[in-house]
Ligand binder design. Structure first.
Ligand SMILES: [Zn+2]
Length: 148
């Protein structure tokens, strides 16, 4: 069971609320129970989600901080495609070079940030909009083609 948002003041919640990646106004995202996001998944009713008025949502860390930024269906699909393209690359790198997974992942994100022109600290697939997530797929495809 996650922390109860009732334990937090509205100001404390507002301070950690994410902004919607779909371009909605700040302040449109609130904490909701799992039954709002997944009405047919009783097993998720005791979870919390950050959800925007537009329906975009993201997961919640046990501290109530957002896991990424709320996203709609198209963005979630694009992020899944980005992970499907990117994750095997750093996993393969870990396997080949023998470095630990978190090290290979960190190096992978450093490379990805360079490809996208982002600061490393701002480069997280869970925070990307759909267009940026598609750029991840293209960047990974370029490497795969180049290494054939
Ligand atoms: Zn929204």
């Amino acid at each position: 069971m996650l922390v109860d948002p009732g334990d937090f003041t509205p100001a404390a919640l507002a301070a950690i609320a994410p902004t919607c990646v779909e371009g909605c106004a700040p302040g449109s995202v609130e904490l909701v129970g799992g039954q709002v996001v997944y009405p047919h998944r009783a097993d998720l009713f005791d979870r919390w989600y950050w959800r925007c008025g537009c329906g975009a949502y993201c997961g919640v860390h046990p501290t109530l901080k957002p896991l990424g930024r709320p996203a709609g269906p198209e963005t979630r699909r694009a992020r899944e495609a980005a992970h499907a393209a990117f994750d095997p690359m750093w996993r393969k790198r870990a396997e080949i070079s023998g470095v630990k997974a978190h090290v290979a992942r960190g190096r992978g994100y450093k490379w990805l940030a360079e490809q996208l022109g982002f600061d490393r600290k701002d480069c997280h697939i869970a925070e990307m909009d759909a267009a940026t997530a598609r750029r991840v797929v293209h960047a990974c495809q370029r490497v795969k083609i180049a290494s054939c």
